[in-house]
Design a protein around this ligand. Sequence first.
Ligand SMILES: NC(=O)c1ccc[n+]([C@@H]2O[C@H](COP(=O)([O-])OP(=O)(O)OC[C@H]3O[C@@H](n4cnc5c(N)ncnc54)[C@H](OP(=O)(O)O)[C@@H]3O)[C@@H](O)[C@H]2O)c1
Length: 95
Amino acid sequence: MFQNNPTQHPKKSMKNKTFLITGGTTGIGLATARLLASEGAKVIITGRNPETLAAAKRELPGAIVLKSDSSSLEESLALGAEVKKHAEKLDGAFA
Ligand SMILES: NC(=O)c1ccc[n+]([C@@H]2O[C@H](COP(=O)([O-])OP(=O)(O)OC[C@H]3O[C@@H](n4cnc5c(N)ncnc54)[C@H](OP(=O)(O)O)[C@@H]3O)[C@@H](O)[C@H]2O)c1
C-alpha cells in the first residue's frame, strides 16, 4: 500500500531503540544524534575532542557520550566493551 509513496509510510517509534553514532559530537553525526534523540531513541555517540564531547553532552543530556578514536583498533575494541555496558543490543550504528 505504501510501496510507491514513502512519504505516507507509517512512522515507527524510536523509543526503546538504541543507536551508536561514531563521530557524533559535531556535524552530520551530531545532527543524526539530535534527530534520533528527538524521536525518543537512546543514542551513544563518540568523538575525541574533550570540548566537543562536553558540548554534545550538554546539548543531549540523555545521550551516552564516550571518548573514542575510531582510527585506533584498541580504542574501537574498548568502545565495543563500553557500549555493552550501556546497551543490551544496538538497533543501528552509523560508523
Ligand atoms: N558515524 C558516521 O557515519 C559519521 C559521523 C560523522 C561524519 N561522517 C562522515 O564524515 C563526513 C563529514 O562529516 P562532517 O562534516 O559532519 O564532519 P567531520 O569533521 O568529518 O566529522 C565530525 C565528527 O567526527 C568525529 N571524528 C573525526 N575523526 C574521528 C575519529 N578518528 N574517531 C572518532 N571520532 C572522530 C568528530 O569528533 P572529534 O573531532 O572530537 O574526534 C566529530 O564528532 C561525511 O561525509 C560523513 O560521511 C560519518
